[in-house]
Write a protein of this length. Structure first.
Length: 199
């Protein structure tokens, strides 16, 4: 079993990522947790951009997430929007200034430099291995996957470039299918990882 070695590698990489995130946010008065929230909001869909979803994804307390959102709002990196159908629900949207910050700082220079020193084949191998480890970790511990929409069993293709979410019964755009969702369900898959659709 390589459990301890794998854990050590991931733990060390996690610490290095936090160090680089701290450097990336320092000039803007942002801590790593602020960048984590901003990054999450930049890649999640409209069903997953609520304060509760942020709390679930990061595993942080409601208080920490609330304070982080206030800071991101104050710096005009995020804005709140009321839900059109349920005024009690608030959505968090990344502003243009927020997206500009992400484009300039995330992934961090440290990480980008490391990846540039890997071949395409090495990057593909690492991508596949980490995807497998993450998926196994989530399934083994019965956790929410927060996966990409296109890999969800509820994502149905309805013609060329047309998609439909069979869970919320709503049409999806091609861009929607590239975002992560708190309701994601990978479903039952065969040995090759291909989805066995619900009947």
């Amino acid at each position: 079993m390589k459990t301890n070695r794998i854990y050590h590698y991931l733990e060390r990489m996690g610490e290095l990522l936090k160090v680089s995130a701290r450097h990336a946010g320092a000039d803007h008065g942002l801590q790593p947790v602020h960048l984590e929230v901003l990054r999450y909001l930049s890649v999640c869909n409209r069903y997953s951009d609520t304060p509760m979803a942020v709390t679930e994804y990061l595993g942080q307390t409601k208080g920490t997430v609330s304070q982080t959102i206030k800071i991101l709002e104050k710096k005009e990196l995020v804005r709140k929007e009321a839900d059109q159908n349920d005024k009690r629900m608030t959505h968090l949207k990344v502003t243009k200034q927020g997206r500009d910050f992400i484009d300039a700082n995330l992934p961090t220079d440290m990480f980008v430099t490391a990846c540039q020193n890997l071949s395409e084949t090495q990057q593909a191998e690492i991508d596949a291995a980490l995807d497998l480890l993450l998926t196994t970790m989530i399934r083994s511990n019965h956790m929410k996957s927060f996966g990409v929409c296109s890999s969800c069993q509820f994502n149905l293709k309805r013609g060329e470039g047309a998609y439909f979410c069979d869970l919320v019964k709503a049409p999806l755009t091609r861009d929607d299918t590239k975002l992560i969702c708190r309701e994601h369900d990978a479903g039952d898959r065969d040995a090759q990882g291909n989805l066995r659709r619900l009947k």
